[in-house]
Design a protein around this ligand. Structure first.
Ligand code: CTP
Length: 418
């Protein structure tokens, strides 16, 4: 059973075990928005992760949460005035700007983003953002219409071009009762982003795309063809890559698993949708790992209305789906491509055939049907590449994924330096 991460402390999940923000100085900026109530939890989690935290609040933020709360949680007086001689005497704004190893504004309102985009410095928080050389992270939070407004989108783009790191927003139910993009990321996810930013691992600076889970191929509006893949292996690979310092996007078919914090999740259903999602991202990634159990065939015709039973027998005409992995590996400027192969016999023969046929850098193969693989929490893999192979012994999927990522990192760097 994979324990859900949502609502649990991410460090209890083991995902970032051994990693801390110890010694990191994080300036948390809070602007005016209902999500400001989450900033209290954010400060608490940052400190639990080892960071030293100072808080700067805008006037608007103080309508949602009191400076006293933030002072109690951060252990330091909250800064909010730009021209306060007493505060300036203790720790002036320039000193505060230099103090920060990172500035994280959460929530970042549409108004704050607009002010930052235009270089305004009309309050303490915007002044600090201008006066600091520390990396700036923004966690946007606003009504979905405000987020989608061309003005906000243009400001976001401008900020991104200036290397401001936008974290989120997430999609979902909003405080205003609407549903859509604009929700602030959860405090855990923001902490995970900072951990990942400072983490040094074998895949630091590497962008990685993973497919996971089954696909569903519709027959009619209520039926589909699918398989027993749980998605556990793909999710474990995504988490292991994140731990190794990579920026990870997970394109996943339907699973019961929660999104690993820090991983960008693209939810899809059919092989065709998965192909589109991968194709849109393949040119920006350095490593592609195809763990998904993509259906090899789909019904040639999707019946628009629910099919009624009448004939004693029914045959479905099927057609091949697009081979996502072969497409990714066959493109110009293809990333380092890793495939998976589940076999019931002649593991090496079939795996090496797929390696060559699909033009892969590596294939991770396993024998299925012996208490490992699909729906199981354990797995074992044999990795094959053109002139080598490596055995990963039977262990939990999390442990197997970490070893797999180590080998992938090694082969990836060997290929790029060779
Ligand atoms: N794959 C894919 N797109 C498909 C089918 C498979 O990306 N339409 C990927 C899987 O994610 C996996 C690998 O290709 O990494 C599996 O290869 P495949 O040849 O489909 O394996 P099998 O279905 O086991 O093939 P075969 O029937 O030839 O054994």
């Amino acid at each position: 059973m994979v324990a859900p991460l949502d609502g649990q402390r991410y460090w209890e999940s083991g995902l970032f075990s051994g990693l801390t923000l110890s010694g990191r100085r994080v300036l948390v900026g809070v602007s005016g928005g209902i999500a400001a109530y989450k900033s209290a939890e954010l400060v608490r989690r940052l400190r639990q992760a080892g960071a030293e935290v100072r808080v700067v609040m805008t006037t608007g933020a103080q309508a949602f949460i009191t400076p006293l709360t933030m002072q109690a949680l951060s252990g330091h007086p909250v800064h909010s005035e730009l021209l306060d001689s007493r505060v300036e005497a203790a720790m002036g704004h320039i000193e505060l700007a230099r103090w920060a190893d990172a500035i994280l504004v959460a929530p970042a309102s549409a108004n704050l983003m607009a002010r930052l985009a235009h270089g305004l410095a009309d309050d303490l928080l915007t002044t600090l953002c201008l006066a600091s050389e520390a990396p700036l992270f923004l966690a946007p939070a606003m009504n979905r219409v405000m987020w989608m407004h061309p003005a906000t989108q243009a400001n976001s783009e401008l900020l991104r071009q200036r290397s401001v790191r936008l974290l989120g927003p997430a999609a979902g139910e909003q405080a205003c009762g609407e549903v859509g993009a604009g929700r602030m990321l959860e405090p855990d996810e923001l902490v995970a982003e900072l951990l990942r930013y400072w983490q040094q691992g074998p895949l630091s600076g590497v962008s990685l795309l993973v497919t996971a889970g089954p696909t569903r191929e519709p027959i009619d509006p209520v039926r589909y063809i699918s398989n027993r893949s749980s998605g556990k292996m793909g999710y474990a690979v995504a988490e292991a890559a994140l731990r190794a310092g990579a920026t990870v996007t997970l394109v996943s078919g339907p699973t019961a698993l929660p999104r690993p914090p820090g991983v960008a999740l693209v939810a899809v259903e059919s092989a065709a949708e998965m192909a589109v999602a991968v194709q849109a991202r393949i040119s920006q990634c350095d490593i592609f790992i195809a763990v998904a159990a993509v259906a090899d065939y789909r019904p040639s015709v999707v019946v628009p209305q629910k099919m009624k039973k009448s004939a004693p027998e029914l045959s479905l005409a099927l057609e091949r789906t697009e081979d996502i992995l072969a497409m990714a590996a066959g493109g110009t400027d293809a990333p380092f491509c890793v495939g998976f192969a589940a076999e019931t016999e002649d593991l090496e023969g079939y795996a090496r055939d797929k390696l060559a046929r699909k033009g892969l850098d590596m294939i991770a193969a396993n024998l299925v049907g012996q208490g490992v693989g699909f729906e199981s929490d354990v797995n074992c893999l044999t990795l094959f590449w053109a002139d080598g192979q490596y055995e990963i012994k039977r262990a939990t999927k999390a442990v197997v994924a970490r070893e797999l990522i180590e080998i992938i990192a090694e082969r990836y760097h060997a290929k790029n330096s060779g």
